[in-house]
Design a protein. Structure first.
Length: 216
């Protein structure tokens, strides 16, 4: 049990939500759970998007392309490079003067998830696999709606003091993923399994759940 708790402590520091081990995150202008700045024509309006703000990106693998298709999502490279130079799997949005990037980020690059309604759901380091990030967020959504929404409501906007139910909307702007994880108080229940509020999850499922909650 002691070894499990030590492993959990390390996991809190290095949660697999696309953040590096030091816990740093991109310097974003946009807020999680808030509407994204308007995107230009051709940016797959009405679809779930992984916006990759970078000069260049490696071509997406066949497995990544399949994951994006299964999730109903698209990957969009926002770059100063001409659209015809775009890598495999990406729609390219030309941002030659970087005006669009500056509406999302204070500096540098990042991967930003924007859902079908145009709401920002995640901001991760530029090197993050967009397909893996989309898949994790979608998996977390299913878990949250099946186990957590009955008390926290689907959008996490309600707060009930009498039942000690905290408001979750906007929590990713106030706490890091590791801090959100700590507040869920996951209890080790054996190899790779944890209990949260009497529900049993694998480590990967908890990672997905935290990724989703951070974007409410």
């Amino acid at each position: 049990m002691a070894a499990l708790r030590l492993g959990l402590a390390a996991w809190v520091v290095a949660i697999a939500t696309g953040l590096p081990d030091d816990g740093t995150r991109p310097a974003a202008v946009v807020k999680l759970g808030a509407s994204a700045p308007e995107l230009p024509e051709g940016a797959a309006k009405g679809k779930f998007k992984a916006l990759v703000f970078a000069e260049r990106a490696a071509p997406l693998s066949e497995s990544s392309l399949k994951t994006l298709e299964e999730c109903g999502a698209v990957a969009i490279l926002v770059s100063t490079q001409p659209p015809e130079q775009g890598p495999k799997g990406y729609t390219v949005v030309a941002d030659r003067d970087e005006r669009l990037r500056r509406r999302f980020l204070k500096a540098g690059g990042a991967v930003v998830l924007v859902d079908e309604a145009g709401v920002v759901r995640a901001v991760a380091p530029q090197a993050t696999d967009p397909a893996a990030l989309v898949s994790r967020w979608k998996a977390g959504k299913v878990l949250f709606e099946s186990a957590c929404a009955r008390c926290h409501t689907e959008d996490g906007a309600e707060e009930y003091y009498s039942f000690n139910i905290k408001k979750l909307a906007g929590i990713g702007n106030r706490l890091t993923p590791a801090e959100i994880l700590e507040r869920t108080n996951p209890v080790p229940m054996g190899l790779n399994h944890y209990s949260i509020r009497a529900f049993l999850y694998t480590k990967e499922e908890v990672d997905a759940l935290i990724a989703y909650v951070a974007g409410l």
